[in-house]
Design a protein around this ligand. Structure first.
Ligand SMILES: [Fe+2]
Ligand SMILES: [Fe+2]
Length: 317
């Protein structure tokens, strides 16, 4: 395959597959995007994982456990997709725990109450769905296919979050207050999940040309706001933005300015939980070293046994 064939594949909306020729910059962009996505799934287990032992009922604990486990699965599919591009998974993990590769800044915020679990499902998984549904048509085949299953699970996550919040909203005034407080803290960071405004986004243009990305950050953010406002009404919570209102002329909701300095600060490592998240991931990686070593030793032993068996088989012939 050549440059020309690569371009034809993109133009015809077909998929680029691991053995196809691709420009180095496409490969590098794809590895970076998939790795950051994988890291986000794995780091994203932490804020909610902290609530597994403190869930208010066995039912809520089982649901949350399953959800956090799904996120681990998402991380694993995505690391595998990155490996099809020649990336080394151990190296990607090393980049994450040494701070050389990023993950979604949303996971650097703390989860203060159990209502945060519901709001993360509703808003954070909701924003992830807006971002990820178009990625099911991403030009890189293994990534696009991984996204199909991931999106199905994410929409389940969103519903469980919404159902949890509905239950709390039907409870006591203190429970309703807990939900409102969580919404107040997570709303703006959720809008930041779509990345910087289009005018400042360095990767958008080329990623759109290569059909890695299908919509701009601002388009997706608008879609998320339009989708969420009626859900907030049904829930009976107020989104913390006095400028939020329907604009009949545009056919969309207008919303207030986002504090981009906050996103910059959190991305550059100065969010409320950055240090803690990376430290926990690093400790888990170090604690798991013996498991990886044992698995590698077992695989080597199996391979050796098979080689010997093949040798004996040949000798018998
Ligand atoms: Fe996920
Ligand atoms: Fe999720």
């Amino acid at each position: 395959m050549t440059q020309e064939q690569f371009e034809r594949t993109i133009d015809r909306d077909q998929r680029v597959e691991p053995r196809d020729w691709m420009p180095d910059a496409y490969r590098a962009t794809m590895i970076r995007q998939i790795a950051q996505h994988a890291h986000s799934e794995i780091i994203g287990m932490q804020p909610e994982g902290l609530w597994i032992t403190r869930a208010p009922s066995l039912r809520r604990r089982a649901i949350l456990l399953a959800k956090v486990q799904d996120e681990a699965g998402h991380g694993l599919y995505l690391y595998s997709a990155a490996e099809t591009l020649g990336a080394d998974r151990a190296e990607l993990t090393e980049k994450l725990i040494s701070g050389r590769q990023k993950y979604s800044s949303i996971f650097n915020y703390p989860t203060l109450t159990f209502a945060d679990v519901g709001v993360i499902g509703w808003l954070v998984d909701g924003a992830a769905i807006c971002n990820q549904v178009p990625l099911c048509r991403s030009s890189y085949g293994p990534y696009a296919r991984a996204m199909i299953r991931i999106c199905k699970e994410e929409s389940f996550h969103q519903r469980q979050g919404y159902e949890l919040l509905m239950t709390l909203m039907r409870g006591t005034p203190a429970q309703r207050e807990m939900v409102q407080d969580a919404v107040n803290r997570w709303w703006w960071p959720s809008l930041m999940m779509f990345g910087p405004p289009d005018a400042d986004s360095t990767h958008t243009e080329r990623s759109m040309a290569w059909k890695i990305k299908r919509h701009t950050n601002d388009e997706l953010r608008q879609r998320f706001v339009d989708m969420t406002v009626p859900q907030a009404d049904a829930l009976g919570v107020t989104l913390p933005d006095p400028e939020l209102r329907w604009n009949a002329e545009r056919g969309h909701h207008d919303f207030g300015p986002i504090d981009w300095s906050e996103l910059k600060r959190v991305i550059s490592g100065d969010g409320p939980c950055n240090a803690e998240r990376v430290a926990v991931r690093r400790a888990a990686h170090e604690d798991g070293a013996w498991v990886r070593e044992a698995a590698a030793a077992y695989a080597a032993k199996q391979a050796e046994r098979e080689r010997r068996r093949d040798g004996e088989g040949l000798a018998a012939v």
